[in-house]
Design a protein around this ligand. Sequence first.
Ligand code: SF4
Length: 447
Amino acid sequence: MNEQAVANAQVAKSEWTELQRDIAGQLDPTAQSSDWRDWQWQLKHSIRDIELLEYMLGKCFSSQEQEQLRRTVAKFPMSITPYYFSLIHKQAYSTDPIYLQSVPSSLELETHSEEMADPLAEDKHRPVSCISHRYPDRVLFYVSNACAMYCRHCTRKRQVGDRESKPGRDDIEQGIEYIRNTRQVRDVLLSGGDPLMMDDEFLDWLLGRLVNISHVEVIRIGTRMPVVLPYRITDKLCRTLAQYHPLWVHTHFNHPREMTEAAAESLAMLADAGIPLGNQSVLLAGVNDCPRIMRRLVHRLVANRVRPYYIYQCDLAEGLSHFRTPVGKGIEIMESLIGHTSGFAVPQYVIDAPKGGGKVRVMPNYLISCSDRHVVLRNYEGMIVTYKEPDTYTPRSCEGGCERCGLDPPESGAEELDAIGIHQLLTNTETTEALVPASNERAHRMH
Ligand code: SF4
């Protein structure tokens, strides 16, 4: 870029819209455009109480509504960045997807018998306080309990914003030690809360410790910052992260309106730093439960170098019942995506199974039937076709003789695990013929 182009870019960066200036002025009469783009200013001026919310919305809740909202916020905290608040369409706020994701609702106080405080049983899978080890080769590392915005649909509502359970340096050290001592862990997902609430120096220290563990092959960061506070993505942060490749970032856009110019700029900065980007959406009633909305969203994501990764079915967490849709809605959305748009723009639809069952893919069924010679398939248009199986296939069995197959052991030294579950039934048929639930009465009687 020549000098003039750099100067123009700086001017463009310092500009703000009239709406942003008005919102900033309501929160801080001395605010400048540079403050608006300062993530610390945004955090300091986030909307956290009902009175301020009413003032900013230009609306008075009834005394009953106020009371219910106060109770809601006492149980599940509120924090809305001025930036995210500026995306609300105030003229139709009660059905606005940005409003619904950020502003508390008294419906969050309703409890239903199927709901759980910890629906994914994450707390039961914690060998140490800030690690959840649910899957064989990867762990979730909780490094922060704070978020820039407390999403109303958060599955970890029970713990985010709870200062009492904030991980301390000792907890983090303990987590690092657990990973160091567990050689099967090759993938570490930093989560929380939002890990990017931590300052750059802390992230630098933590990532430096993790990359020095030889069997850790990849680190991922789950963050909603590009959506709710894109100014957190600074040049300095990108320089810090770029030292620790392979590092992936998963973000969380739920609606195409969240893909603003500032959001797109933050994604471009991360992508230019060589960081692969993925997106995890949650299917939410009233927010994105529509094939057209989801299609627009995935198109905006890929246009900004973000691979749509998952659409989650809304969890059975307390306070989320008003966001839940039938699973059929998710299948309908997948039917509208698969084949209708580029394959790499199609996320996987998953239910994070209660009781720690983990992610279960629930996709439309494309395999209609099969014989030993043919497989019958249907495509996205409803066309039914047959695929002929090969006449000459020599089954290949794996006895772990990897040298014969030319497969080198993992360079990182990460421990390889034996097959479990259905994979075990398919591969270790000599030793495993059935998987029987521990509570199966008939099996107990037989013993
Ligand atoms: S950013 Fe993530 S962890 Fe934080 S409130 Fe939103 S969904 Fe929950």
